[in-house]
Design a protein around this ligand. Structure first.
Ligand SMILES: Cc1cc2nc3c(=O)[nH]c(=O)nc-3n(C[C@H](O)[C@H](O)[C@H](O)COP(=O)(O)OP(=O)(O)OC[C@H]3O[C@@H](n4cnc5c(N)ncnc54)[C@H](O)[C@@H]3O)c2cc1C
Length: 397
């Protein structure tokens, strides 16, 4: 199978693949495709066509005063000065050549599930709509699968499972797009995107370069990456490649997942069983954005020095905390908010979800400012009560 070629400029060094000992370059041309049953199955799927990303420069179909209400999971009624669906690299290149368009403030949009629209956006929204997923190679350690940025994350994940490849199952049902997943290094139930990440392709909107970034270059951390730091507002992720381990082992580090599987009588779970369990847990715990607007966990779990955690524990024996590799502790932000009495409370048209205090919700007609006010009130209370600063997880636009 011919591998899609990219005019790649790698700013990454070498990367170490998940579950294997050797080093390999992030150049996709180094992959060797294995003619295996999963490849047969993949013939039914559609293939990510990178040629479509290098075709002729199109005329840009801007839409003006575009409502973003159905493009953010909070359901906030805000609009963008201009909106452009992006299905090809040529669209982005044409945009770079358009002096007016390129001077506008820019927001790259996926599924809008990690945003708070605090006001009408006075610039150009680039909505990633490129599609495609394919198996790009395999070696003795992993199968490599690539998906376009505009693919829906959960649909892509289900597709990998249907091909017989485990590895992403703990991240089931996280809303949003493939292209946004590396931005905050999505994580859930004991797994982070970086655990299965191989490389990604991005366009640097400032220089026009195509970047091929490996794991080190992406500087992943807890809900963080280079795309929230030095490449913020610069890089548009075009596609992401994952390394799915051939020696798959179930990840049952999270008690909730282990308990759900035990309740289902599954001692020897498959990746599909774990995905089903995660879907069931998440459906019980988290509000469906279509029914109750939200952006998932609103605050990061704060990380504090051991001395601060010990002092808090002495005063609050029920404190929920997790030891980190560097000796610091991650505190459960939801527990802190709950202790401040916010669970189920509202401020204006925004509220704290009654089943999970970490989730802020739109009670109906909430504005971005309602959400900002509620978030600030919660932060102030947690600071006053515990001396701990809560940092929001979604991007405030
Ligand atoms: C109910 C619910 C549950 C959630 N659970 C989790 C969870 O368990 N774990 C977790 O980590 N997150 C969770 N989230 C948050 C969210 O789903 C993820 O952060 C997701 O990756 C966001 O994807 P998106 O396409 O919606 O991004 P958007 O909200 O559209 O964008 C988020 C950020 O990424 C940038 N961006 C988007 N696409 C690109 C691109 N192609 N190139 C460059 N920048 C881009 C945007 O500019 C913005 O800054 C949850 C959200 C909801 C609503």
């Amino acid at each position: 199978m011919a591998l899609p070629s990219v005019n790649a400029h790698s700013i990454g060094q070498k990367t170490r693949g998940v579950g294997h000992n050797g080093l390999f370059s992030c150049n996709p041309n180094n992959f060797r495709v294995q003619q295996s049953p999963p490849l047969q199955a993949a013939a039914d799927s559609y293939v990510y066509n990178s040629d479509a990303m290098t075709s002729t420069i199109p005329k840009l179909p801007f839409q003006y005063d575009f409502s973003l209400r159905s493009h953010n999971t909070f359901g906030i009624d805000a609009s963008a000065r201009a909106y452009l669906p992006v299905a090809t690299l040529a669209t982005l290149q044409a945009l770079r050549a358009d002096a007016d368009a390129v001077s506008m403030p820019r927001l790259v949009l996926g599924g809008g599930s990690n945003l708070v629209l605090t006001q009408d956006f006075p610039g150009l929204v680039l909505h990633m709509c490129n599609r495609g997923r394919e198996i790009v190679g395999a070696d003795e350690h992993a199968v490599y699968v690539r998906a376009a940025a505009g693919e829906n994350w959960h649909d892509f994940l289900q597709w990998t499972l249907a091909q017989g490849f485990g590895g992403l199952e703990n991240l089931s049902l996280i809303p949003g797009s493939v292209g946004a997943a590396p931005i905050q290094n999505i994580g859930a139930y004991g797994c982070e995107l970086q655990d299965r990440f191989h490389s990604l392709t991005a366009l640097d909107m400032d220089s026009g370069e195509i970047l091929q970034l490996d794991r080190e270059a992406c500087a992943f951390a807890y809900r963080d990456s280079i795309f929230k730091q030095s490449l913020r507002d610069r890089a548009v992720v075009l596609d992401v490649t994952f390394a799915l381990p051939k020696d798959w082992q179930p990840n049952l580090r999270y008690a909730d997942v282990a308990q759900e599987l035990a309740a289902r009588g599954l001692d020897n779970p498959t990746a599909r069983d774990i995905s089903d369990a995660v879907i069931a847990i998440r459906t019980r715990k988290l509000p469906d954005p279509l029914l109750l607007g939200n952006a998932g966990s609103f605050f990061k779990n704060p990380i504090v020095p051991a001395a601060q955690r010990d002092a808090l524990l002495a005063q609050n024996p029920q404190l929920v905390s997790y030891l980190q590799a560097d000796g610091s502790y991650k505190l459960a932000a939801g527990w802190l908010i709950d202790q401040c009495g916010w669970k189920g409370k509202n401020l204006g048209n925004a509220g704290v979800y009654e089943k999970q205090a970490l989730v802020l919700v739109n009670r109906g007609g909430a504005s971005g400012q309602d959400v900002v006010r509620l978030a600030q009130a919660v932060q102030d209370d947690v600071m006053a009560t515990f001396g701990v600063a809560l940092e929001p997880e979604p991007m405030f636009i």
